[in-house]
Structure formats: structure tokens, C-alpha cells
Ligand binder design. Structure first.
Ligand code: GLU
Length: 452
């Protein structure tokens, strides 16, 4: 007769083997699942019923994965074909909810990893939303506005068959912002009629929520404030480095500055700028949001700022807080070592899975406080859920109302993760806390609904 602990280990190993056999060519998805399974031992020891009902194997298998062809015509009149995806991962606690990513690296592995993370992130928000994700390998960089519109219309022509306000509600992610959501929404409406709640991240004039553009960045900083609180500390006079210069990074910079910290650097996929006077956000916004240009141009416009090629995490500078807000696996072992050598005490993730397992190990060994993505960046999807509520009620809340709710949600996520980590004797392991708390809610919903 096996005891619980042996049974748990054997079970987790069997799930890892299954995923290796079934999805050998999905490295990002395997990484996300492995990171998750590594934290499941204590909860399975306590709940052998999850093993007996095979919850883990059920939860790592998407309910549905849709792949489709997206044909469109470029400005030269050439026929172009991209691949579209929507992975409807888990609807145990609500309609599928999660963004769309348009980036040349997008494939089924990336969408599955994002969709898998989304299940637990959405669960942590406390709002009734399931997990999903989608996107395309379309590269929006360098495309004209008309090309973007034609692509979005074609993408939605197919996607519209699978989504709906009570079924699956996409939003933005990398490469999908207000402009793209607008074009997709317009096309959905032509095909299916008016349904405000079918997408979130809409413009304010047609059903969007105030604070949605700011939500992921602001939410990240609210969550990080809670982490700092545990050290009786705050953002005041802190030196901060943020990777990325998209929607998440921009509003994280804004909030850090509002709270008295200084952001020394931001980046894009080519390089990073260092401005020891603090990043001038109006310049970043002009370059990124208006001109859709490269961050390099900042150094040409702001005196004293310097541009460097490569990863911002190779930066040689003393600072206190690292906020990766660019993309998955941007911090590996080498970068994590550099971050610790630079004197950083806290890492909180605005991007999805920006730290590799090796990087997380290094944070742990060096006693850094670590705020994992699925908790720290949940503010975006949380306000998306608030947008859904406003659409259903046909009213809109003020900025303050939404911002107050966002703050409360982020504080609750932190509290829930921290309390769960404590309850399982895991100290300030917020990754385990977030995984376990997010998981238990979904697992219980699945169990109540029978064989789903
Ligand atoms: N793409 C965002 C995320 O990673 C937001 C998703 C949404 O608003 O549905 O959570």
C-alpha cells in the first residue's frame, strides 16, 4: 500500500511522461505545465481525491483547440496566408477568457502555454472567467493600417464562429491593442449583429472600460506594492528596471513614478535605453503608441539617455526592483544571475512566463521576493471581466470606480497567494501559493460538474 506522498510523486511523474509523449514538440507548453506540476505536490498530498479523479490530466488537456487559415491581401495585391488559433482551455468557472497574440513566433505551443496560465490567473481574480487564448503568426510590424484592418477582418470572419459573450471572450495581448480590437469588433458585428460583450479592450466610445489600457501595468504595481509591504517598504526612492515598452510596460512606468520610484530603463526586442533621470513617459508613448517606432529613437530625443543593443537584463547597474514586461523566457539563468548581482531584491512579472525555471531557481537561492506572472499580471484580465460586467449591465463605471476595484482585486490576489503559501508551510513562495489557490477553485468546480 502506497502512502499519499509516494502516490503523489508517482502521479505527477506519470502526468509529466504523458505530456512528453503527447506534446513532444511544444516546449513552451511543457515548460508552463512543468512549472505548475512542480508546485502541486503539497496540494495533492492533502487532497488524494484529486489524484483518484485524475484532475491533473484533465486540466492539462484543452477542452478545444481550433486552428484555421487566415487569407488576406497585402497592399501590393499579393495573396497572404497566416495561421489562426483559439484554444478554449477550461470553462469550469466561466466562459473562456483570454487575449489574442499577433506575433511571428505564435504557434500551438505558445497559445497552449498562454491558455494554460490563463486558467489559473483568471481563477485568482475571483471573477467568473474560464481560460482561453488565441492569436496568429501574423507580424503586425511594418504593416500599413489597411493591411492590419484586412487581416483583422479575415481573422474575425473565421473566429466569429467560435466565440460569443457567454461562450468565449477574446481581448488583446502582444500585437493586439485598441486598433486591432476595433477592426475585429466591427467585423464581428457585421457578421453576427451587435453584441458588446464579445470582445474586451474595446474603445471607450463603443463599450470599452476606462482603465482597461492601464490595467495590467497598474495591477502589476499594485501587486508589487503588496510584496513590498511585507518588508515594510514601498516604491519610494526605489530604482526600477522594466523590460518591454508596450502597453504593460508603459503603464507600469507611469505608476512607479506616481509612487515615488524611478524607472531607469525600458526596452524592445532589439535593445534598451537607460535614462538615469527616470524614463520620460511622454517620449516613450509618442514613439511607441503614435509613431509605432523603435525604442532606440528615445536616445536621439532625450539628453543623457543611452541606447544599447541586446537584453536589458544584461545591464550593469545597481537597482532594486526588476519588472519583466516583455515576453516569455526573457530571463534565463545568465540574466537572473546578472539581476541578483545588480542588487535586485524583488522580481515581479508583467509578461507571461518571462522567467525560465532556471531563473526562478536563482531567485529562490538568492532569497529574492518573486511575484509570478499569473498573479502579478492578472490586472489586465480582471478589468476585462469588469468590462464584461459593464457591457451586461449596459452602463459604465468611472475611472476611479474601476481603478479602486482593480486595486482591491490585486490586493486580494496577493493575500490569497500569500495565505495559501503560509497554510501549506511554504513561507513566501508566492508561485506555489498562486498555483495552488488558482488550481483548487478550478478543480473543485470541475469535480462538482462531474466528468468534465
Ligand atoms: N492578454 C492578457 C493576459 O495575458 C489579457 C487577457 C484579457 O484581457 O482577456 O492576461
Amino acid at each position: 500500500m502506497l502512502n499519499n506522498m509516494e502516490e503523489t510523486k508517482i502521479y505527477i511523474k506519470s502526468i509529466l511522461e504523458k505530456i512528453n509523449n503527447r506534446d513532444p514538440y511544444q516546449p513552451e507548453f511543457k515548460e508552463a505545465v512543468q512549472n505548475f506540476l512542480n508546485t502541486m505536490e503539497p496540494v495533492l498530498d492533502k487532497h488524494p481525491e484529486y489524484i483518484h479523479e485524475n484532475i491533473l490530466e484533465r486540466i492539462i488537456e484543452p477542452e478545444r483547440a481550433i486552428q484555421f487559415r487566415v487569407p488576406w491581401i497585402d497592399d501590393k495585391g499579393q495573396y497572404q496566408i497566416n495561421r489562426g488559433f483559439r484554444v478554449q482551455f477550461n470553462s469550469a468557472i466561466g466562459p473562456y477568457k483570454g487575449g489574442l497574440r499577433f506575433h511571428p513566433t505564435v504557434n500551438l505551443s505558445i497559445i497552449k502555454f498562454l491558455g494554460f496560465e490563463q486558467i489559473f490567473k483568471n481563477s485568482l481574480t475571483g471573477l467568473p472567467i474560464g481560460g482561453g487564448k488565441g492569436g496568429s503568426d501574423f507580424n503586425p510590424k511594418g504593416k500599413s493600417d489597411n493591411e492590419i484592418m484586412r487581416f483583422c477582418q479575415s481573422f474575425m470572419t473565421e473566429l466569429s464562429k467560435y466565440i460569443g459573450p457567454d461562450l468565449d471572450v477574446p481581448a488583446g495581448d502582444i500585437g493586439v491593442g485598441g486598433r486591432e480590437i476595433g477592426y475585429m469588433y466591427g467585423q464581428y458585428k457585421r457578421l453576427k449583429g451587435y453584441q458588446a460583450g464579445v470582445l474586451t479592450g474595446k474603445g471607450i466610445s463603443y463599450g470599452g472600460s476606462l482603465i482597461r489600457p492601464e490595467a495590467t501595468g497598474f495591477g502589476l504595481i499594485y501587486y508589487t506594492e503588496e510584496m513590498l509591504n511585507t518588508l515594510n517598504d514601498s516604491f519610494k526612492n526605489k530604482k526600477v528596471v522594466i523590460s518591454g515598452s508596450g502597453n504593460v510596460a508603459i503603464y507600469a512606468v507611469e505608476k512607479v513614478h506616481e509612487l515615488g520610484g524611478t524607472v531607469l530603463a525600458v526596452s524592445d526586442s532589439n535593445g534598451y535605453i537607460v535614462d538615469t533621470n527616470g524614463i520620460d513617459l511622454s517620449v516613450v508613448k509618442q514613439i511607441k503608441e503614435v509613431e509605432r517606432g523603435r525604442i532606440k529613437e528615445y536616445a536621439e530625443r532625450v539628453k543623457g539617455a543611452k541606447y544599447h543593443e541586446g537584453s536589458v537584463w544584461n545591464l550593469d547597474l545597481k537597482y532594486d526592483i526588476a519588472l519583466p514586461c516583455a515576453t516569455q523566457n526573457e530571463i534565463g539563468e545568465k540574466e537572473a544571475r546578472k539581476i541578483t548581482d545588480n542588487g535586485v531584491k524583488l522580481v515581479a512579472e508583467g509578461a507571461n512566463m518571462p522567467s525560465t525555471p532556471e531563473a526562478i531557481q536563482i531567485y529562490k537561492q538568492n532569497n529574492l521576493l518573486y511575484g509570478p506572472a499569473k498573479a502579478a499580471n492578472a490586472g489586465g484580465v480582471a478589468v476585462s471581466a469588469l468590462e464584461m460586467s459593464q457591457n451586461s449591465m449596459r452602463l459604465s463605471w468611472s475611472s476611479k470606480e474601476v481603478d479602486d476595484k482593480l486595486k482591491e482585486i490585486m490586493q486580494n490576489i496577493f493575500k490569497k497567494s500569500a495565505e495559501t503559501a503560509h497554510a501549506y508551510g511554504l513561507g513566501n513562495d508566492y508561485l506555489s501559493g498562486a498555483n495552488i489557490a488558482g488550481f483548487i477553485k478550478v478543480a473543485e468546480a470541475m469535480r462538482s460538474q462531474g466528468l468534465v
